[in-house]
Write a protein that binds this ligand. Sequence first.
Ligand code: ATP
Ligand code: MG
Length: 433
Amino acid sequence: MAKPVIVVHYHELWLKGRNRNFFLAKLRQALLRSLEDLGVQRIGRPGDRMLIELGEAARVEEAVDRLQRVLGVANFAVARSVERDMDAICDAAWQEVEPEQFATFAVRAKRSDKSFPVTVMEIEQVVGRYLLDKLRAAGRSVRVHLDAPELTCRIEIPPGPVLVYARKIPGAGGLPANSGGRMMCLLSGGFDSAVAAYKMMKRGAHISFVHFWGGGARPGESSVHVARELVKKLVPYQLTAKLFLVPFEPLQREIVQWAPETYRVLLYRRLMLRIAEQLALRDHAQALITGDSLAQVASQTLQNMVAVGAAVSMPTFRPLAGDDKVEILALARKIGTHDISAEPFHDCCPVFMPKTPALYASAEELDRAEAALDAGVASPSSATASQQAFGSGIAALVRRGVEAAQVERFRYSAGRVEQVSSFRIESAKAQSA
Ligand code: ATP
Ligand code: MG
């Protein structure tokens, strides 16, 4: 039996310029990791595509399934690998073309092994004529169109078996994993932030996640498992990920105690951004990501988004700002996060929800509200234990959040996502000190 070969095509756009080899190395890395246990024997790069040679007993269907999640792949095809003989080539071409629906087609051959006795032009003519006759005999109204065919049957002649393929499977598109720098995504458990993270991953960013969780009335009700499942769904696209889990309720209680009720949700958001910014700096990330969509909920009016965003100086990306919920949900279904986000979970934000949340806050108003927190502890005797340890005010709340964070690391290999470690930031710091 011939060994299966998969032909991978990538977008040409990112190949321009000097970064070509960098991007191609990243793509190769992602292909190798994704197909780790499937007996990849070689990944060749003849011309502007990659050829993945699998072992004889390789699980091709599984490879096809995994390849659909490799970013940077425009499309790919499982090639028929046949004897170096024109009859065998014609037969394979017919097997490839017959099940497809199209009105125009072309045959394209490439002969990198010049010892094959038939020229490229002859191969294209002979196979093209063979297919046209058989298609017409089968009652199909098709014609050859060399410039812009709907279907192209490709024949490649390297040394060894000949490769024939026509059925292209769409890839995930985008840029190869880990080619575009590091970012930190505020991941809530809802639909939006997971989709926002995916959109930036698709542009090559490597993303770490931070999730702020509240208690939940009953055990198991906390949102932590939802955040963890979302991260696990996204890891295959970027091969590894970290999830920072920050207990948020004690910090929310401080805001509730000291700040005007109407600003609560906005102050929660500012505190989340501030803590995320500090975690991002430790994680060598250069920007934050949120799932905000303009005017979707009260906290996302333009005024409120600007007032909240002013809390941090690190650039914050909001890749869903201009998307409709319908578009966001469609993408969530496509990447498999929809059903996880749809699970009920305890969202920390509605806790102590104000009766009338501010719709049009300004950064100055929120600064003033936070100053009230800074002045919060009037006398040392009224300070709580954590205020005595961390001081009072916003900066102290940020420190408390950062130091309480639990980190979980995930890795994708052999088609599965595994949690590889879990540790407290504080203890990591103590160890490295
Ligand atoms: P999502 O579906 O992502 O929850 P949303 O439309 O419900 O978004 P909000 O709940 O107002 O919007 O949250 C806006 C953004 O703030 C989220 O997309 C997310 O980036 C961040 N965020 C909100 N809650 C949390 C949380 N508990 N942990 C981490 N980030 C959060
Ligand atoms: Mg939400």
